[in-house]
Design a protein around this ligand. Structure first.
Ligand SMILES: [Zn+2]
Length: 437
């Protein structure tokens, strides 16, 4: 595939290289040259797919570092309620009605939404991940999958076995899909369980993906119970390490951040979720100051309502400004590079458009009114872009969105299935709140 006459954007140094040609061979960018110079790495030019990039920009694909993708099926079920009610009266009750086939459909909906909004890779933490795996294979997306385990309760051992069974069966099964281990969180998983998962992680050489310090109360309770912050609990149990995705760490202390940096774990920052719960904190500016690796996450759609990561980045910029009451924080130059933080979810050769990098790419067409007149493309991308501007998306060298149309999934068919599932979920929901977590 050759993309001709395009402008390459770098979020890292806010630069633009105009009139360039990109050649893609076997899933990687093989050559970048000034437009018009035919790449010598392509032997059979007549059979190459040529994309005209005139007037467009190209960026690396976006990363969603923490999602519960199948929760597309719970979009809009719990609004304007407290965190407790959100979990206990709505989300956990609706979730009980989901069957593995729903996870397939829900994941497919999320994958479609992500690809159409420029997200090319996701770290998905949920249940029935064998069906999520099937959905991601069909979608053409890149994914890191982890089967969430609670580590407590009567089904705990069975859950753990199911998750490990999924893990062992799916390691290396598809080159676009990697696997992580997912103890839910230190507030649900006892320490001996966390130690056990960390040992499995060593044995299988797999990373981990876990929720931590989501709310201030979790930190207070952990200090009361153990004398340690939840991040310190993860460190003591061996979970805090290079490669671990920390979902949220929103109430991490400055000392926690130093520890996270020292161990080399990364944070998935889900700004929209925090803002929807009215929870204001300056985690992002503090984490960046501490040198911690950060990517954006959507979290589940019952809180975020979308898996659109451009929107999450926008929210992260606004949250950084509001939480510090300082318009000079959350700068475009700090916010945009985190869109491509592939390292947080274990991707190598990712996040910059250069020869040898993975060919996971997004073409942006700025020719719509919302991006005119175009003084500052970086500001326009962060604050003005919408899905209409996502022209084409390439994952692993394959075109998955072309001219705004998804090539891998039939969206119309999905819509009917989603409506049927939502009707069934509403009909089966009980009005009895579950036991409080
Ligand atoms: Zn989550």
């Amino acid at each position: 595939m050759i993309i001709k006459n395009i402008s390459i954007l770098s979020f890292q140094n806010q630069s633009i290289q105009k009139n360039m040609d990109l050649t893609i061979v076997e899933g990687r960018i093989s050559k970048i040259s000034t437009s018009g110079v035919v790449s010598s790495s392509v032997s059979d030019i007549a059979n190459e797919k040529i994309i005209d990039g005139t007037g467009k920009y190209i960026i690396p694909g976006l990363i969603n570092a923490h999602a519960h993708t199948a929760m597309t099926l719970l979009r809009g079920v719990a609004e304007d309620v407290s965190v407790d009610d959100w979990f206990n009266k709505y989300v956990w009750i609706y979730e009980q009605g989901l069957v593995p086939d729903d996870v397939y459909t829900g994941t497919l909906i999320g994958a479609a939404e992500m690809l159409l909004s420029g997200v090319t890779a996701v770290a998905d933490h949920y249940f029935a991940m064998d069906r999520a795996f099937d959905a991601y294979v069909k979608s053409g997306m890149r994914a890191n999958l982890s089967w969430a385990v609670f580590g407590t309760g009567p089904d705990s051992e069975k859950q753990f076995e199911t998750a490990m069974d999924f893990t062992k069966k799916h390691i290396g099964k598809n080159s676009r899909i990697s696997i992580s281990l997912a103890p839910h969180s230190p507030y649900i998983c006892p320490e001996d369980f966390l130690i056990r998962v960390a040992a499995e992680s060593d044995k299988l050489k797999l990373p981990m993906h876990i929720h931590v310090s989501e709310t201030e109360d979790q930190v207070v309770q952990s200090l009361k119970k153990t004398g340690m912050t939840p991040v310190q609990v993860l460190d003591r149990t061996g979970v805090l390490r290079k490669g671990t995705i920390l979902a949220h760490a929103y109430w991490a202390t400055d000392d926690d951040l130093k520890l996270i940096k020292k161990r080399g774990a990364g944070i998935a920052h889900c700004a929209k979720t925090y803002m929807k719960f009215g929870d204001v904190n300056d985690l992002l500016p503090r984490a960046l100051k501490a040198g911690v690796k950060v990517a954006y996450g959507s979290d589940g759609l019952a809180s975020n309502n979308t898996v659109n990561i451009f929107e999450t980045a926008r929210d992260a910029a606004l949250l950084a400004k509001c939480s510090t009451r300082n318009s000079e924080t959350g700068k475009i130059s700090d916010i945009l590079p985190l869109l491509n933080s592939g390292e947080v979810i274990g991707l190598k050769d990712y996040g910059e458009i250069k020869e040898g990098a993975l060919a996971d790419l997004v073409l942006i067409d700025p020719s719509t009114p919302n991006m005119m007149p175009g003084y500052n493309i970086f500001a326009d991308i962060l604050y003005s872009l919408n899905n209409r501007n996502i022209h084409s998306v390439i994952v692993d060298g394959e075109l998955v969105v072309e001219n705004g149309k998804l090539l891998t999934i039939d969206v119309e068919e999905l819509k009917n299935e989603a409506v049927e599932i939502s009707k069934r979920l509403v009909a089966t929901v009980s009005d009895k709140p579950m036991q409080s977590y």
